[in-house]
Design a binder for this molecule. Structure first.
Ligand code: HEC
Ligand code: HEC
Length: 342
């Protein structure tokens, strides 16, 4: 509860102190002027889980669909699946206990009020505060629909928003444990200077969106996930922690230098299609799918990968759609793919 309830409380507290500050400063120091009621109303937009703070209004899933597709889908995906590395808004139910949970509005958020508040306050990303309350109700309804929380004929209003039950709400509760477990030492205590505080493990911050050695951000959540998993294994190995290496051992023994260099690019820009063989792409590791291509020669494959082409199975976009990649990076990725598939 704390995590999501807090921003609302903090926002309210900040608004409160701003107002108080303005009044006092104006009177005491002759600075500024008292904020008007309209100015305060402009800032006072936070919404509570019980619906307090919601403006009067309504919007349907149906109206929300068009608005969402026009203003949100370019980043968050038509179905809330998240384009590229933009946040995922739908799905992920049942993944919270996984090593890499997919936290979305539907899988994680405890209250629908946060959805309304967040969208109205901060979205669309390039133009926050550009939506009317009715538009915000409609888009919120649509995001709830994408998460299968409401039906397609649902109309969200200031009256019924607090009644929308989010699937993960029961997992939010006030932590009853005390802040510290030990009783305070009052006499004969250890010398603070002699105490040494050590972390059990260093560098736990998740690896960022940009991967060392790659030309840019990962092209998909899956690719990023795989990369981070691999880097985490390497990091643990460096720390001397024993790690199981089922994946590494199933890889072909010796890759050429070019192939080794190409793996990161592959994971970033190619695996989305070539990992599982989507849309006719030959799957890496599928010998039969690569045999004839490899026999034709690296040169023709590299040129096809760089320039793109339409083959018998589908369309290979130039550089996998990543014009920012150098020719060399693509060639290396092809080497990695071919060598991993023979
Ligand atoms: C240009 C890209 C872009 C567009 C367009 C956009 N968003 Fe976002 N959205 C983001 C980014 C980036 C974040 C994360 C912001 C942050 O964490 O500070 C985000 C976060 C969100 C979140 C919170 C997700 C979470 O789990 O924390 C919601 C909900 C959301 N957007 C809804 C919308 C809606 C609804 C629209 C359309 C009205 C929209 N967004 C349009 C980029 C975009
Ligand atoms: C949007 C999906 C998609 C992405 C992303 C993609 N490919 Fe492909 N690729 C294809 C498809 C489909 C084919 C098969 C076309 C055919 O032969 O019918 C293909 C074929 C290939 C081939 C075989 C070429 C040949 O001559 O037989 C190579 C090599 C290749 N891709 C390399 C790459 C590389 C390198 C990347 C990343 C930089 C990449 N692809 C990203 C869809 C994709």
């Amino acid at each position: 509860m704390f995590k999501l309830a807090k921003p609302t409380l903090v926002a309210a507290a900040v608004a409160g102190s701003l107002v108080a500050g303005a009044v006092n400063a104006g009177e005491q120091f002759g600075l500024g002027r008292t904020a008007t009621a309209e100015e305060i109303a402009g800032w006072d937009i936070d919404v509570r889980p019980d619906g307090m703070g919601l403006p009067v209004g309504s919007g349907s899933v149906l109206d929300g669909e068009g608005l969402y597709e026009a203003q949100c889908a370019s980043c968050h995906g038509l179905f809330g699946e998240g384009e590229g590395r933009w946040p995922v808004l739908a799905g992920g139910q049942g993944t919270l206990a996984d090593e890499r949970p997919t936290k979305t509005v539907g899988s994680y958020w405890p209250y629908a009020s946060t959805l309304y508040d967040y969208i109205y306050r901060a979205m669309p990303f390039p133009a926050p505060r550009s939506l009317t309350p009715d538009q915000t109700y409609a888009i919120s309804a649509y995001v709830l629909y994408l998460n299968e929380i409401v039906d397609e004929d649902f109309v969200l209003t200031n009256e019924n928003l607090a009644d929308v039950k989010m699937p993960n709400e029961p997992n939010f509760f006030v932590d009853p444990r005390p802040d510290v477990a030990n009783t305070r030492c009052m006499s004969d205590c250890a010398d603070p200077a002699a105490l040494q505080v050590t972390g059990s493990i260093g560098g736990v911050t998740p690896v960022g969106h940009f991967i060392e050695g790659a030309d840019g951000p990962a092209a998909s959540h899956d690719a990023q996930h795989e990369l981070e998993k691999k880097m985490e294994m390497e990091r643990l190995k460096e720390l001397g922690v024993e790690v199981e290496e089922e994946e590494a051992s199933s890889e072909p023994a010796a890759l050429s230098e070019a192939a080794v260099a190409g793996e990161a690019t592959y994971n970033m820009a190619c695996v989305a299609c070539h990992g599982a063989g989507i849309a006719g792409a030959p799957a890496v590791g599928d010998k039969a799918a690569w045999e004839a291509r490899i026999a034709r020669g690296m040169e023709s494959m590299i040129s096809n990968a760089i320039n793109g082409y339409a083959g018998d199975n589908g369309v290979m976009p130039a550089k996998g759609g990543r014009a920012d990649l150098s020719d060399e990076a693509v060639a290396n990725a092809v080497a990695y793919m071919a060598e991993s598939s023979q």
